[in-house]
Design a protein around this ligand. Structure first.
Ligand code: SF4
Length: 341
């Protein structure tokens, strides 16, 4: 089997909460708490979870913007912590990010040419004509006329700005893209266009992708493997087809039920039969036992005190739940009733 481009091993990111005159640490925010990920060449791994579950912090650690509290990040088998400056520079070229908010990710005073040239110049390219040629080629790849290079971001629509962000990630011809909810700020019609564009570019450039999203409908077309994240933990991970046909964790079932679809329309909160009313846990005060027990309708005493261990229920399908089978059977029954109604 090929070596993973990205491997994340037991990653934790905790933040101290300090108070008082001496800035003494009084508590800890457990934002990411033991995450494992592997992304193989040509694969799209989706990381799905609601806002505040730790996805964005995880991406910042993967990009080297923040150091992990514990755990390791490997690119091409090499530990990020042990890389020389030169090796880190090379990784920065091979691994690019697509940001969620195009409006704030592009400098308002920079022309598109300046914004797209910046990563090339930082990567060591000096020939102006060569840089401009690469920018024009990349704009065409994302379906925009090269003449757009003379425009500023505020003269573009939301969809065009998102294409520019994709172009900026691609301009250095990376091998791995980390995409932080790249279509969540767009209208539904534009979401489909941008998603199709990403899939075409992935095919053309043989890209690997870690695609972060907050709902399962968005990643259905694009993901080959899916990780379900909640309160800093991965609760279920499986090949995409397994998640959509045989989700076993109660939280994954909640996400599936609440995902909009053409046949169901947008479902309201009442349909989330597997979810107790309440907010996601506070990272400074995470629940004991299973992190999902405060919202799970199947929770019992064991769930409140014993952390569920990962169980591989079928090849590459891993679930952390004491009652995964009961929940999966209940979800199937609901689906059947839904289809008959
Ligand atoms: S371990 Fe218990 S609380 Fe956690 S998801 Fe499973 S049934 Fe629910």
């Amino acid at each position: 089997m090929a070596e993973p481009i990205l491997k994340v091993d037991g990653l934790k990111k905790h933040y101290p909460i300090c108070k008082g005159m001496f800035n003494k640490q009084v508590a800890t925010r457990y934002v990411v708490d033991g995450v494992d990920i592997e992304v193989f060449p040509g694969e799209t791994v989706a990381l799905v979870g609601e806002s505040g579950c730790g996805k964005t912090v995880l991406l910042r650690v993967l990009l080297g913007i923040e150091d992990p509290t514990e755990g390791e990040v490997y690119y091409y088998g090499k530990n990020l912590k042990e890389m020389s400056k030169q090796e880190r520079r090379e990784i920065r070229r091979k691994v690019q990010m697509i940001f969620q908010d195009a409006a704030s990710a592009l400098h308002p005073r920079f022309s598109i040419l300046e914004s797209l040239s910046e990563p090339l110049i930082l990567g060591g390219m000096t020939d102006k004509a060569e840089i401009e040629k690469r920018v024009c080629e990349t704009l065409e790849k994302v379906g925009m006329e090269p003449s757009y290079r003379f425009r500023n971001p505020d003269s573009l629509s939301g969809g065009q700005r998102q294409r520019i962000l994709i172009a900026r990630a691609l301009v250095e011809r990376p091998e791995l893209i980390l995409a932080d909810e790249p279509i969540s700020a767009l209208d539904v019609s534009l979401q489909a266009q941008v998603l199709n564009l990403l899939m075409d570019l992935q095919e053309e450039y043989k890209l690997s992708m870690l695609f972060v999203a907050h709902d399962l409908a968005v990643v259905r077309q694009i993901a080959t493997y899916i990780l379900i994240m909640y309160a800093g933990h991965i609760l279920e991970s499986a090949p995409a087809s397994e998640i959509y046909s045989n989700a076993m964790h109660p939280y994954t079932q909640v996400l599936l039920e609440s995902a909009p679809s053409i046949s169901k329309g947008v479902r309201n909160e009442d349909f989330n039969l597997n979810l107790k009313v309440g907010d996601a846990p506070d990272p400074a005060n995470p629940p004991s036992g299973c992190v999902f027990h405060t919202r799970c309708v199947y929770a019992d005493e064991r769930c409140c005190c014993e952390v569920p261990q990962p169980v591989e229920v079928s090849p590459h399908h891993i679930v952390r739940c004491h009652k995964a089978k009961t929940a999966a059977e209940f979800a199937k029954e609901l689906k059947k009733q839904d289809a008959e109604a």
